[in-house]
Design a protein around this ligand. Structure first.
Ligand code: D41
Length: 602
């Protein structure tokens, strides 16, 4: 009997520690599914041996323990903020559905409202006479923290509701989260200035909401989506969930455009699969869908068990994270010469794909994590992006330190240490074979010159055989050189040459983007083209002219100027345009250098 008690106590201690790491320190040491597994284990042990349940067992409080880093004010939730039960597969979902049908004993078919499950933080907004008076976190479901000042920095949350029939007191519940694009931007900036880098958007959103200085939060750009009601006094809302959401929208509150009504299990499963397919296209993280009974009266009839309503369930997507072991660390040289550490892993399956390598942001991330070869790590794969190492779960006692290269692993040249030691860079430019390969890959890519049939496999061999030493060499390739590449016969070789010929007709913006100037993406290229109109005008532009262009600051302006001032780059551009004949239809109606954008705006 003692060992059961120990087992329960150990699980309680471990889970409390994980909760603390997650909710207070904004770090996760275990993947979510591992945490869920442990809490389920504890729950079933406590169900069998209720004498060992303690009031502060992690199973007895939802979410964050009521301790916090700062002395923040507590807020009591008159209507408790419940959490959601999870199902992980179709079988368990169907069991939930059947149970509901049985319990309601309703002859009419039940309507369900299906929504996305945003991966952020549950927040409650209190409006009095249509004015936002309080915003709070969920905390343990009964007591949360007052985060009104930070919530006021979220642009999509109105401080005044508009429209008619607004109850005197209205509590709206929803999820605060960070867009993936904002997350990336924030982390890039943090890396540059040596600030804390967050491992995922959820932790970043949590960190932002817990900021004591709202001026920091405002820079973090959080988003919000409403998904439910809390308190309603002095007024009425609809008795249908989807109509409530519609009402929220009419009052100016943000709701998701993906919410749908479903009438059968087949429709619900179809929704689940459709959302799973769209998931990589979204600019935010979701970890599943939420299925709710639409009728609020039926919801009431079913009620809740301690922490979760009986009328709703979260149907989660399969885990995107796994634990594995780091076997080696290699350094890859990117297009701009920056070295990225790549961990070679014991292969693991993550959502249908075998993952055997993962990147770290940069060399400083390696130091920050203190990663050693032999350590166990959490690897995350989301969408089509390269898998990433999120954190270390277990440090190997005999772990080998990573040897940071002192010369470029591709060309052997001396390395430069970047500002704030955030990274290391090979400054050999296109003379470095790794940078040349990456530059060529970008040059021919779909959004650049779109040369079909040429990918990294062919590029690697062409560079290794020294048939291509600059971007322009691609266009001088002969059939007999191409046939020396594996799997290329004379017919394919001729086809590739034809494709290269076709690619010579392009647009100015594609050409500019294809050059691979650091920080010049498609949008910036479009803006540069719209502003300068011709290559000659752009080449002559000074820093002041460049900073007039939408989205270009002094850093990017200097990058462009440095690129254009480099003798080799000027020569490659000249060869590409004058000798090879890359051309585009001239742009009409651009702003041109003489007409300043600022004066146009006046
Ligand atoms: O998008 C979400 N994360 C989401 C969370 C959602 N779409 N709906 C939710 N509905 C509820 C109930 C049914 C309890 C009102 C939720 C949550 N709860 C929730 N999220 C975190 C705690 C509770």
């Amino acid at each position: 009997m003692d060992s059961i008690k120990d087992q329960i106590t150990n699980l309680q201690i471990l889970l409390r520690y994980y909760q603390y790491q997650y909710h207070i320190m904004d770090q996760s040491e275990v993947p979510d599914f591992e945490y869920d597994k442990l809490i389920d284990e504890l729950r079933s042990l406590e169900a069998k041996y209720p004498q060992f349940i303690t009031v502060n067992s992690p199973t007895q409080c939802v979410g964050a323990p009521i301790i916090s880093l700062n002395d923040v004010k507590k807020v009591y939730h008159e209507v408790p903020m419940l959490s959601l039960d999870n199902v992980m597969d179709k079988h368990s979902y169907l069991a939930f559905h059947k149970r509901i049908e049985n319990e309601l004993q309703n002859s009419d078919p039940i309507t369900f409202c299906c929504e996305l499950k945003f991966d952020g933080l549950a927040v409650s907004l209190l409006y009095e006479q249509g004015k936002l008076v309080m915003a709070s976190t969920r905390g343990d479901g009964h007591n949360g923290e007052n985060i009104t000042n930070n919530i006021r920095t979220i642009r999509s949350i109105p401080s005044d509701l508009k429209g008619v029939n607004i109850p005197d007191r209205l509590e709206v519940r929803g999820e605060a989260f960070m867009l993936l694009s904002s997350f990336k931007k924030m982390n890039d900036e943090a890396l540059f200035s040596g600030h804390k880098v967050f491992s995922n958007p959820r932790n970043a959103a949590a960190g932002s909401l817990r900021q004591t200085d709202p001026r920091v939060t405002i820079k973090r750009q959080l988003s919000f989506i409403c998904y439910g009601l809390g308190l309603v006094e002095g007024g009425k809302v609809s008795t249908s969930h989807i109509e409530c959401l519609q009402q929220f929208q009419n009052w100016g509150l943000p709701v998701s455009e993906y919410t749908r009504l479903c009438f059968t299990t087949n429709e619900i499963l179809k929704y689940y699969h459709q959302i799973q397919v769209s998931r990589p296209l979204l600019d935010y993280e979701i970890d599943g869908i939420v299925i709710k009974i639409d009728n609020l009266l039926l919801q009431k009839q079913l009620g809740s068990i301690t922490r979760t309503p009986r009328w709703a369930v979260a149907f989660k997507f399969p885990a995107q994270e796994q634990i594995t072991i780091v076997r080696d660390i290699e350094f890859q040289v990117g297009r701009t010469g920056v070295l990225t550490p790549v961990a070679k892993l014991d292969p693991v399956h993550i959502s249908g794909v075998i993952v055997s390598s993962a990147t770290l942001h940069n060399t400083s991330a390696l130091h920050r994590l203190g990663l050693k070869i032999g350590d166990s790590v959490i690897v995350r794969r989301s969408g089509d992006v390269i898998p990433q190492i999120i954190s270390i779960t277990n440090r190997s006692s005999s772990g080998l330190s990573v040897i940071i290269p002192t010369s470029c692993p591709a060309c052997g040249s001396v390395l430069q240490y970047l500002k704030g030691k955030i990274g290391i860079r090979c400054t050999n430019g296109l003379v470095c074979s790794a940078q040349l390969k990456a530059a060529l890959k970008h040059f021919v890519s779909r959004r650049a010159l779109n040369v079909r049939g040429i990918g990294i496999r062919i590029i690697t061999q062409l560079v290794d055989k020294k048939y291509v030493t600059t971007l322009s060499d691609l266009f001088f390739l002969k059939v007999n050189q191409l046939t020396e590449i594996e799997h290329i016969g004379p017919i394919t070789a001729q086809k590739l040459i034809n494709e290269l010929e076709k690619a010579k007709k392009t647009t100015f913006s594609r050409f500019l983007y294809a050059l691979g100037i650091s920080q010049i993406g498609q949008t910036t290229s479009d803006n540069l083209v719209a502003y300068f109109g011709t290559l000659d005008t752009l080449i002559q532009a000074n820093i002041d002219d460049l900073t007039e262009v939408d989205g270009i600051g002094t850093v990017v302006a200097n990058r462009i100027r440095n690129f254009l001032d480099e003798k080799n780059n000027r020569q490659v551009i000249r060869i590409l345009v004058d000798d090879i004949g890359i051309h585009w239809t001239p742009i009409v109606g651009s702003f041109q250098k003489t007409s300043s954008r600022k004066s146009l705006l006046k």
